[in-house]
Design a protein around this ligand. Structure first.
Ligand code: CA
Length: 669
């Protein structure tokens, strides 16, 4: 049997050790299974990755809550097991994976409040992880500590970082099992269980916290018996397992993969998950070899093709991210209740950010967003801040749903994978937990809304609700629409405005500034935050006073990590009127104001002193085409005005009303 695994290319055996049977009484160890595994792995040259599962009855401090054991007791057991290995086979244990798959707590689909307080195992892990990591690293610095294996509950990684656990493990860990339901069993399929996308999402969540931990896939397999969903057959099972292996290598940040090797006689459905059908003994040992599978042969060939993984990433397509964020109206409740409905109130005393949050009290309370536009077949991340205050950790859960429609009258809904209610949040900083989940919209989906409802008794608060493209980049990205503004043909004095949208097209918060490079281009706001900002861009040829030609400038939108310039232009002249600057300027004896008209019009030139006193008014009947109006430098009384600056205004009265052009002219004799 072990020879078969050697021949397949296996270098490390993942050994599951049951804490409950290995330490049936506190301090009283039974190492029989552990010793057997160590001896066999050692004699066949396998390294060992230790995965601990189970909790002895004596260690459980709160009845019914498995994770209530003392962190010190668990750390002691792990160190004792590692010490045993060091004695029997020095250096054989390379890694320790703590608590095998506690995320099973999430997976119970029972009534809303069943097992409520264990719906968020993360909250109990702070002390366990911290204590165990320190103890292991102190005595066994060569042993890598790997996070618990998550199945479906991808947000668990973000939860651990929120709780301050980030430094207390060396790798992120996922168990790749996905529904065998038709359409979902293929890990490369266009659905939320798209394997490369999920792996990248786990890594992205660490990156978001400034961490670059590698990812381990410590269990993966498909069963030919389909766990009740129907037989997928050995060929598909083999192809899927090879795909998972290949994607893991290509992504570059996956350091270890552990396909299910043996155990074929446990429960009926799980048996056919193995690559070697054996006698059902979990421990590597003298089991009788029955048969190798297609998956075995393909993984063996793969290991021969890629005996060493370089860590250099190769392109792997991910699910396509949406092009822009959804416009969730009043996402932070800073405009009160606007855009939301339900049984809730706006609260100014408890909020995550800004001045307000939404508050939902008691059974039956809920809050629902307005509908927002959605792109079909695109990847989003839904994020919100939730605070839960309940009489007891088991008395309240916040249920989260996303409803979508792809046609009038159609309504579908999804609940986030393995978020069976947001429960007690008191362990989280300030009592606020960030909830986040990936959402792949159904093809054709065009509209959606979110609903948060309270199950049980208590109060919850909600703030900062966003639905953004899941681009897997921590660098904020903005899309500016349109990409260019052309204001058309403007006469002198004409002013045209256009709306430019700054849309968050990335996964992160967006904030920045807006600048222009021409005085005749103005913007309605110089700064922006949020997912959709409308900016009014005005082009004012009253300021430029250009009579002909193409005039161009730009509006530049800058944010954290990037900027984009939007060209802005207009053509001067055309219809209407244009007035050039006074010429010459400064003048000695006389100055000419030039005025080009496309139709006859009344033209009036007024000259003022710098303090606004009118000293001269000249009115003429302007003709189509070029008109020149001369000011001889005299005031209304016919006296030469003194040297110095004067203000002038040229008015043109025609069928479109009055247009005015102002400027300054200086006399210098
Ligand atoms: Ca707020």
């Amino acid at each position: 049997m072990n020879a078969a695994y050697r021949a397949m290319g296996v270098g490390t055996a993942r050994v599951l050790l049951d804490w409950a049977s290995a330490e049936p009484v506190y301090g009283g160890y039974d190492w029989s299974t552990w010793d057997t595994a160590l001896v066999h792995c050692s004699s066949h040259g396998f390294a060992v990755s230790l995965a601990v599962y189970g909790v002895p009855a004596w260690a459980i401090r709160v009845p019914g809550r498995e994770l209530s054991y003392a962190p010190e007791a668990f750390a002691e057991f792990v160190c004792a097991a590692l010490n045993r290995a060091r004695t029997l086979a020095p250096g054989i244990v390379q890694s320790f994976e703590w608590h095998e798959e506690p995320t099973h707590a999430w997976a119970d689909g029972m009534s809303p409040l069943h097992g409520t307080e264990q719906r968020d195992p993360s909250q109990y892990f702070v002390a366990i992880l911290t204590t165990t990591y320190r103890a292991v690293k102190q005595a066994f610095p060569e042993v890598a500590v790997v996070m618990d294996g998550i199945r479906g509950a991808f947000h668990h990684v973000d939860d651990l970082y929120q709780l301050g656990c980030g430094p207390y493990c060396d790798a992120i860990n996922i168990h790749q099992y996905q529904p065998h339901a038709p359409g979902y069993d293929d890990p490369s399929g266009m659905h939320l269980f798209h394997f490369p996308t999920l792996l990248t999402y786990l890594r992205f969540m660490a990156n978001r916290w400034g961490d670059d931990k590698p990812v381990w896939v410590t269990q993966y397999s498909w069963t030919t018996s389909g766990w009740g969903w129907g037989d997928i057959g050995e060929d598909r099972k083999a192809a899927y397992m090879e795909y998972v292996t290949d994607v893991s290598r290509r992504l570059g940040f996956v350091h270890r993969v552990f396909p299910e090797l043996g155990v074929s006689s446990s429960t009926a459905g799980a048996g056919s998950a193995a690559v070697v059908y054996d006698d059902g003994n979990y421990m590597p040992g003298p089991a009788s070899l029955s048969v190798v599978t297609t998956a075995y042969l393909r993984l063996q060939a793969y290991a021969q093709a890629y005996p060493v993984w370089t860590g250099v990433p190769e392109p792997v397509p991910l699910l396509p991210a949406a092009s822009r964020a959804c416009a969730v109206t009043n996402s932070g409740f800073e405009s009160g209740a606007a855009g939301w409905s339900g049984a809730f109130s706006v609260d100014a005393s408890t909020r995550f950010a800004g001045a307000f949050s939404a508050r939902v009290d008691g059974a039956g309370g809920y809050i629902e967003s307005a509908r927002f536009a959605l792109e079909g077949g695109r990847l989003y991340e839904v994020k919100a801040r939730v605070k839960v205050d309940a009489p007891a950790p088991s008395s309240a859960a916040v249920w989260m749903e996303l409803f979508y429609s792809s046609a009038p009258g159609h309504l579908g809904y999804v609940i986030p994978e393995n978020y069976y209610g947001v429960v007690d949040t008191r362990q989280y900083p300030g009592g606020w937990r960030r909830v986040c989940w990936p959402y792949f919209s159904a093809p054709g989906a065009c509209e959606a809304f979110l609903k948060f409802s309270l199950q049980g008794e208590g109060t919850f608060w909600l703030d900062d609700v966003t639905v953004r493209p899941l681009t897997m980049s921590t660098v904020p990205v903005a899309t500016v629409i349109p990409s260019a503004v052309h204001a058309g043909v403007l006469g002198v004095g004409d002013r045209v405005s256009a709306t430019v949208l700054i849309v968050n097209a990335g996964s992160e918060d967006l904030a920045g500034v807006i600048t222009t490079d021409r005085p005749w281009i103005t913007v309605s706001t110089a700064a922006f935050t949020g997912d959709v900002t409308a900016v009014t861009v005005s082009v004012d040829n009253g300021l430029l006073r250009a009579s002909s030609g193409r005039h161009a400038g730009a509006v530049t939108v800058s944010w954290q990590g990037g900027s984009t310039a939007v060209p802005v232009s207009f053509d001067a002249g055309g219809t209407g009127v244009s007035v050039t600057n006074a010429y010459p300027n400064p003048f000695s004896d006389a100055v000419t104001f030039r005025c080009v008209l496309d139709a006859p019009a009344e033209v009036r030139v007024r000259v003022y002193t710098m303090d606004g006193r009118l000293i001269r008014s000249i009115a003429v009947r302007g003709a189509t085409g070029d008109n020149r109006i001369l000011w001889d430098g005299c005031n209304q009384q016919g006296m030469q005005v003194a040297n110095g600056p004067y203000l002038y205004q040229v008015e043109v009265w025609d069928s479109q009303g009055v247009r005015r052009v102002s400027g300054k002219v200086a006399r210098l004799r």
